[in-house]
Design a protein around this ligand. Structure first.
Ligand SMILES: Nc1ncnc2c1ncn2[C@@H]1O[C@H](COP(=O)(O)OP(=O)(O)OP(=O)(O)O)[C@@H](O)[C@H]1O
Length: 241
């Protein structure tokens, strides 16, 4: 992965299995967001391939590429909600854009998605009328609008109090359990990543490559690399920020 001549990371090689809660770990500026941008089709790798269900994302185009990208959903830090739209309208927007469903059906799907994230009855609220934790959950509902097989989260609990952050983790676990959605999560939150992560990679800013791979709890116990250990054994509020 590179920006011009600046190589952010090289020799990355990992696989995410269906149903994984896959954590992208590493210190500030190592390239976590950049990696996510590559995986969701926003940035092309300088070298190498990203395969989704065996198809190379950056070697496809047109309808094939669109179909691949439709399998992915993204929940950004802010939840990326439009403040001038109600929650139901926010969730309906991708459905309006990408399907030919009638508006009554779109409204029903929006209600269903809101119920999934514990926001039944909040269809006609505006984002500013609900709490930060609820906004994040509405953001998850929006990311789920088109029933993605893989859901990406960039620092989902940033800015949340510990109780709301834990509820968001519970939601990630529940959705994985009930819908089988694969989750890819960038997070610094140690308690969270140890609790929910089933697999992970650690990106090392010094060597500019991955230096550990595996379940976070296993890495915490068995990985002896000093920088991985330092990351996984710090207090719950991170020095690695
Ligand atoms: N658009 C860009 N152009 C040039 N360099 C960039 C660009 N975006 C990020 N970088 C650089 O690439 C490196 C990786 O950045 P990135 O944001 O992916 O890291 P990160 O691990 O997500 O960081 P953080 O944990 O602070 O969010 C950094 O050195 C950053 O300055």
């Amino acid at each position: 992965m590179a920006y011009g001549d600046f190589v952010v990371m090289r020799d990355l090689d990992f696989a995410i299995q269906r149903g994984d809660i896959f954590i992208i770990m590493g210190g500030s500026g190592c390239g976590k967001s950049t990696l996510m941008r590559h995986m969701i089709g926003l940035k092309q790798p300088a070298a190498g391939k990203i395969l989704i269900a065996g198809q190379s994302l950056w070697d496809t185009e047109g309808a094939t590429r669109e179909a691949l990208l439709r399998r992915l959903g993204v929940m950004y830090q802010s939840g990326a909600l439009w403040s001038s739209l109600t929650l139901a309208e926010n969730i309906g927007l991708p459905l309006q854009q990408f399907t030919a469903l009638p508006s009554k059906r779109i409204r029903e799907i929006a209600s269903y998605k809101l119920a999934l994230v514990g926001l039944a009855g909040f269809e006609d609220h505006y984002p500013a009328e609900i709490s930060g934790g609820m906004q994040k959950r509405a953001g998850v509902a929006r990311a789920m609008a088109l029933d993605p097989e893989v859901l990406f989260f960039d620092e989902p609990s940033a800015g949340l109090d510990p109780v709301s952050a834990r509820r968001l983790d519970d939601l990630i676990l529940e959705l994985r359990e009930s819908l089988g959605t694969t989750m890819v999560v960038i997070t610094h939150e140690l308690a969270s990543l140890l609790r929910i992560g089933t697999n992970a990679i650690f990106l090392d800013v010094e060597t500019r490559t991955q230096i550990a791979q595996g379940a976070p709890r296993t890495l915490a116990e068995h990985c002896h690399h000093p920088r991985v250990q330092a990351f996984l054994s710090r207090g719950t509020t991170g020095e690695a920020q």
